[in-house]
Design a protein around this ligand. Structure first.
Ligand SMILES: C[S@@+](CC[C@H](N)C(=O)[O-])C[C@H]1O[C@@H](n2cnc3c(N)ncnc32)[C@H](O)[C@@H]1O
Length: 272
C-alpha cells in the first residue's frame, strides 16, 4: 500500500481488519462513495481503493495544508516528488519549518512529516506546526517518495474529491449507499493538556456527526478506542452503533516511549 504520509495514529496496520468488517457488512454490495472525513494519512481510503470497494472517495480533514498535500499527491505526483527532493537535499529542518509557517506548501509539509519526532503533527498556541526534528531521521528517500506518490495517485486519481473543513460539513452530501469511516482525534487527545491535533474534537461533536449521518442513512464505521495500559478512555456512544473489538495490537504510542503495551481497538459500526 502506498503510504506516502507518515502520520502518528495512522490506521495503516488496522486497515485490513476494518475492511474485512466492512466487506462482511456489505454482503456483496458495493459502496457508492466512501467518506474519510478525518483523513490524516488516509490509510483506510488507500486500502479500500486498492481493494476497489467503492466507486469514489471523499478525503477530508480540518487541517487544510494536509488536504493541499493530498491534492498534490493525486494531481501532481512528480512535481511534488521533485520539490520534496529539493527540501530533502537541503536537509535544514528548522529552515523548512520556518518557511512552512510563512507559506505552508505541500512539499514542505511532507518533508516535515517524514523527519519530525514520532511522525506526529504538533502545533503551538498560534496553530503553527512546532514539532521538532528527530535527529536520527533523514526523512524518506526521495526516490521512495516518488514511487509512493505515483502509486497513491494511480489509486485515487479521477475518483477522489478532496475537502478541507469540519467533518460535519465535509460529509454533508453523504446519503444512502455511502459509507463514512470516522477516526476522530481520540478523547485523550482532545481534553486535558495534550491537545495534539490541529483541532480537538469534543464528544458532543462526534455524537452530532453520527446522528446526522444516520439520519441520512449513511453507514458509519467509527474507530474509537479503547483501552491502553489498563485504562479505558471510551465514552458512551449511541445505541445505533454496535461495538466490535478488533484483534489486539502492540501500542505504537507505548512502543515509542519504550514500553510494551497492548491496545484493544474498537470499531463501532451501524447496527444493521
Ligand atoms: C486520528 S487522526 C486520523 C488518522 C487517520 N485515520 C490515518 O489513518 O492517518 C485524526 C485527524 O482528524 C483531523 N481533525 C481534527 N478535528 C477535525 C474535525 N473537526 N473535522 C475533520 N477533521 C478533524 C486531524 O487533523 C487529524 O488528521
Amino acid at each position: 500500500m502506498p503510504h506516502v504520509i507518515p502520520y502518528q495514529g495512522s490506521k495503516r496496520l488496522l486497515a485490513p481488519a476494518i475492511l474485512s468488517v466492512l466487506r462482511e457488512q456489505l454482503a456483496g454490495q458495493r459502496v457508492r462513495r466512501l467518506y474519510e472525513p478525518f483523513a490524516g494519512s488516509a490509510a483506510l481510503t488507500l486500502a479500500a481503493a486498492h481493494a476497489n470497494l467503492a466507486d469514489d472517495f471523499v478525503l477530508a480533514d480540518s487541517y487544510a495544508p494536509l488536504v493541499a498535500l493530498w491534492q498534490q499527491i493525486i494531481d501532481a505526483p512528480q512535481s511534488l516528488a521533485d520539490a520534496y527532493r529539493q527540501e530533502w537535499q537541503g536537509g535544514d529542518y528548522d529552515a523548512v519549518r520556518l518557511a512552512f509557517h510563512r507559506d505552508p506548501t505541500p512539499p514542505r509539509l511532507l518533508y516535515l512529516l517524514t523527519r519530525c519526532v514520532k511522525a506526529a503533527v504538533r502545533f503551538n498556541r498560534q496553530g503553527q506546526f512546532n514539532q521538532a526534528a528527530d535527529k536520527r531521521r533523514r526523512g524518506t528517500q526521495p526516490d521512495r517518495v516518488m514511487q509512493l506518490t505515483h502509486a497513491a495517485s494511480a489509486l485515487l486519481r479521477g475518483r477522489t474529491l478532496l475537502r478541507a473543513g469540519d467533518a460535519l460539513t465535509t460529509t454533508a452530501d453523504a446519503g444512502p449507499g455511502d459509507v463514512a469511516y470516522l477516526d476522530p482525534p481520540w478523547h485523550g487527545t482532545t481534553v486535558g493538556r495534550d491537545i495534539r491535533y490541529h483541532a480537538g474534537y469534543r464528544h458532543g461533536e462526534l455524537l452530532a456527526l453520527i446522528e446526522a449521518l444516520h439520519a441520512r442513512r449513511v453507514r458509519v464505521l467509527l474507530s474509537y478506542d479503547g483501552k491502553r495500559g489498563g485504562h479505558d478512555f471510551a465514552q458512551p456512544l449511541p445505541d445505533s452503533l454496535v461495538r466490535l473489538d478488533l484483534p489486539a495490537m502492540r501500542s505504537a504510542q507505548a512502543t515509542l516511549l519504550g514500553r510494551v503495551e497492548w491496545t484493544t481497538e474498537s470499531l463501532y459500526v451501524t447496527r444493521q
